[in-house]
Write a protein that binds this ligand. Structure first.
Ligand code: PMP
Length: 321
């Protein structure tokens, strides 16, 4: 779908995937007005396909657009585009653990050099079947605390899903890998003390009194999985909080046994237990280093809802076509 300041949204079309032709002065290549979403279509037992909270992706996309001074695509147009792609690719929606990963995105396409919002945009949706996010089917991941870099500062773009955030995260992620870890975990940019999130997932902490905590919204990406897990946990009577959690406290709680589990969550990996945290200040293990019962149970509940195998009291699951 194209957009221009003059014409609004126009020329919606579905085509076979093919390279785009981009002018060297295309504004996104220089000023990085680019946002995206990540969502999945799941195969249900009756052979159909469903989307999980696609309206939440549409809303977040519009919030990202607002932050990047881009036009706000109408929610219904975003949803219709996603539904059409799933409908056309319906034979590619895997069953079982897999899903059809959908990537709606938009970028400034005006041919111009000049630091101002583009007057033209392209909105596209591409799709690909996806399996397990972490190859090798690991039980738990090891994460590296970045003390050199942060992901987002107050007033910055941390809460927007823009490509630039991920570009800035590549070097710290490479450092995490160089230190033998799977993922990087970022601290806040002001005090370098509060645990924010991973490069592509939000974090949850489970304590010995059964309560669950996750860092508050603000500079982190407002994850749809995060929000869903908070709701599921509340529904089950679990005490949940959204409070800042300091890295020193995390270590102390892990060492004292007060902290039972830590897990990361996101559309791609659903829930991934964190077994060990490494940093320049030393490493610490969480629980027995494997997947904990709360992570396992929440994962099962969420994936059952997503595939239509469990009641959906909040109306999260929608037919894809
Ligand atoms: N944080 C970041 C930085 C992410 O890229 C993602 C993935 N979109 C998440 C958290 C999790 O968000 P969601 O649950 O909506 O996939």
């Amino acid at each position: 779908i194209k957009y221009s300041d003059d014409r609004g949204w126009y020329d919606a079309e579905v085509t076979a995937r093919a390279p785009l032709s981009i002018d060297p002065a295309c504004s996104v290549l220089h000023y990085a007005q680019e946002i995206f979403e990540g969502m999945k279509a799941y195969r249900t037992q009756d052979g159909g396909a469903v989307l999980f909270r696609p309206d939440a992706n549409a809303r977040r996309f519009r919030q990202s657009a607002e932050r990047l001074a881009m036009p706000l695509i109408p929610e219904e147009l975003f949803l219709e585009a996603v539904r059409q792609i799933v409908s056309i690719d319906r034979d590619w929606v895997p069953s079982g653990e897999g899903a059809l990963y959908l990537r709606p995105f938009m970028f400034g396409s005006e041919v111009m050099l000049g630091v101002r919002p583009s007057s033209e945009y392209l909105f596209l949706v591409i799709a690909s079947p996806a399996g397990n996010y972490f190859k090798g089917g690991k039980d738990a991941v090891t994460i590296w605390v970045s003390n050199d870099y942060t992901r987002a500062a107050p007033g910055g773009t941390g809460a927007a899903k823009c490509g630039g955030n991920y570009a800035a995260g590549l070097l710290p992620q490479a450092q995490a890998v160089a230190n033998g870890c799977d993922q990087v975990v970022f601290l806040d940019a002001v005090e370098r003390r509060w645990v924010d999130e991973l490069g592509g997932m939000n974090l949850f902490f489970v304590f010995d009194d059964g309560s669950i905590n996750t860092p508050p919204l603000g500079t982190i990406l407002p994850g749809i999985t995060r929000d869903s897990l908070l709701t599921i946990a509340r529904d089950r009577g679990i005490k949940v909080s959204e409070s800042p959690y300091a890295i020193d406290q995390w270590r102390a709680d892990a060492e004292s046994g007060r902290l039972r589990e830590t897990f990361a969550c996101g559309t791609a990996a659903v829930i991934t237990p964190v077994g060990e945290v490494r940093s320049v200040d030393g490493n610490f293990k969480i629980g027995d280093g494997g997947a904990g019962p709360v992570a396992k149970e929440l994962r099962k509940t969420l994936t059952d809802i997503q595939r239509g195998n469990a009641p959906d009291p909040h109306g999260w699951v929608q037919k894809a076509y």
